[in-house]
Design a protein around this ligand. Structure first.
Ligand code: KIV
Ligand code: ZN
Length: 534
């Protein structure tokens, strides 16, 4: 059973949207839109997308997700295409989902039998009605096509299932002929008729006009199936709804033949936001989209509306500032509507508002006086195109706080050159300024670049310092991940005192050197205090 929205919860949901006031003005002449059914074809037209092939388990996983999302009909495959497909449909039909399970069938008895015998309760049968398809693909006359359509519907109805009939390539079919075919299948007992924009070639105004024309003559519900070849699938679906269509075909994440079908999540969000029609459980959209993306292995552009990675991501300082004051400034609806989360992305365009907001979101209390230093680090890192992840930002912030607590540095590294390679001995040259202001340059070799650099620093500063512990960890995954280095040095001349140093950065060698310098400075300040005490 679909969860019924109470008017109170619908009101709450409405408040999460900040859409244009012109939408309601523009719709003032449109008859109220009430019950819209969602016909999901992710597992049929969606699977027809080149690159997608679903196993029985995959289909079951997706069907369960779609069912819990609350779609009304799941077109789960094309039974006549193979025995495996028919057996998957059998399994799905036996799962007792809330949604009706449907199989596609060409307008021929053999296909219809395969579909009905798989146990589904709904058949979607089709034949092309455009001159182009009738002449070049079917090689049939319009009369033959009409006959086949009627015979298919009569036969499918005689087998006791719900039947939807589609005029394939409807948007390039002759209107009078289409009306003739559709009225004939209506007389034959069809439950609904579908108008596919098979090649995605119609514009919304024309789709609206077509549906309005058909609505005038037909009694049965009209469905619409839009492809996205020209980027208009969702707009065409909505235009059809405005003009009397009451069943919307679509695929999750907009997958489907070629450039895909109308994205179900976009249709559902628009139906609610602009037409006040609740179809699926909007709060499950993000989760369902994710399941479909993972199971099909079909990636999605970051800027895909509603469910793309960037749909609720903000980087530029101006936008983040706006969002922090009122999310409606730069979001059409709250991410919670679809069960998603907002992301503040720290990158090249981030301002201090973004960084402050992000740290607050991550629960880090960062002193305002250190913000300029953190911002400078963030800018330097992101200038190379690096997106700073949440754990990396936390590590950078903590590192700055640690550095401040560690006190002033009296030993400074002015130069670092490291040479390394496969058949080359790792060699490092460092230039150091000592506490008394004298400068020194030293070169050393090592078993690797880090070892060579640390050896050179020890040689330049104090040979009595030994490396007791060295820990390196990547903060996140990826080859551009930042690393965190922690070192403990021992001063064998100074009661074997231990000094700890740490650093965070994008380069392992530089970060290791930075951590070593931090520890050396701690050791030096301790030695200086002892000298004063003496
Ligand atoms: O796009 C289309 O025309 C189809 C038919 C099978 C309805 O998918
Ligand atoms: Zn299609």
């Amino acid at each position: 059973m679909k969860t019924q929205q109470t008017s109170e919860s619908a009101k709450k949901l409405e408040e999460m949207f900040a859409i244009s006031p012109y939408n309601q003005l523009a719709l003032s002449g449109v008859a109220p839109i009430k019950d819209i059914k969602i016909f999901d074809t992710t597992l049929r037209d969606g699977e027809q997308a080149p690159g997608i092939a679903l196993s029985p388990d995959d289909k079951i996983r997706i069907a369960q997700a779609l069912d819990s999302l609350g779609v009304d009909i799941i077109e789960a495959g094309f039974a006549a295409s193979s025995d495996i497909e028919q057996s998957i449909l059998k399994q799905l039909a036996g799962m007792k989902l809330n949604a009706k399970v449907c199989s596609l069938a060409r307008a021929m008895p053999a296909d219809i039998d395969k579909a009905v015998d798989s146990g589904v309760d709904y058949i979607h049968t089709f034949i092309a009605t455009s001159d182009l398809h009738m002449k070049y693909k079917l090689k049939m006359t319009p009369e033959q096509v009409k006959e086949k359509a009627v015979a298919a519907v009569e036969y499918a109805k005689s087998r006791g299932v719900e039947v939807q009939f589609s005029c394939e390539d409807a948007t390039r079919s002759n209107m009078d002929f289409m009306k003739e075919v559709l009225l004939a299948v209506q007389d034959a007992g069809v439950d609904s008729v579908n108008i596919p924009d098979t090649v995605g070639v119609i514009i919304p105004r024309a789709m609206g006009h077509m549906i309005a024309e058909l609505r005038k003559v037909l009694k049965v519900p009209i469905s619409v199936h839009c492809h996205n070849d020209m980027g208009l699938a969702v707009a065409n679906t909505l235009a059809a709804v405005e003009n009397g269509a009451s069943i919307c075909h679509g695929c999750m994440n907009g997958i489907g033949e070629r450039t895909g079908n109308a994205a179900l999540e976009e249709v559902a969000v628009n139906l609610f936001a602009n037409y006040g029609v609740q179809t699926v459980d909007l709060s499950k959209i993000a989760e369902t989209s994710d399941i479909v993306r993972r199971v099909t292995g079909f990636g999605m552009a970051a800027n895909k509306p509603v469910v793309g990675r960037n749909a609720f991501a903000h980087e530029s300082g101006i936008h983040v500032h706006g969002i922090m004051n009122n999310t409606a400034t730069y979001e059409p609806f709250l991410p919670e509507v679809i069960g998603a989360k907002r992301h503040i992305v720290i990158g090249k365009l981030s301002g201090s508002h973004s960084v402050e907001g992000k740290l607050e979101e991550l629960g880090v209390k960062f002193p305002a006086e250190h913000m300029p230093e953190l911002m400078e680090t963030v800018k330097q890192l992101s200038i190379t195109g690096k997106e700073i992840s949440d754990p990396e930002l936390v590590a950078l912030a903590e590192n700055i706080m640690w550095k401040k607590q560690a006190g002033n540095r009296t030993v400074a590294l002015n130069e670092l050159t490291v040479v390394t390679g496969r058949s080359t001995t790792a060699t490092a040259t460092v230039g150091i300024t000592k506490p008394d202001g004298s400068k020194i340059k030293v070169a050393e070799i090592g078993v690797g670049p880090v070892n060579a650099a640390v050896n050179a620093i020890r040689k330049a500063v104090n040979q009595n310092i030994t490396m007791e512990e060295y820990r390196l960890s990547a903060i996140t995954g990826g080859s551009d991940a930042m690393c965190e280095v922690a070192v403990t040095l021992k001063n064998v001349q100074n009661d074997e005192a231990l000094s700890f140093g740490r650093a965070v950065g994008p380069d392992i060698v530089e970060t290791s050197v930075e951590a070593t310098m931090a520890a050396i400075n701690r050791d030096f300040s301790r030695v200086a205090i002892r000298k004063k005490e003496c």
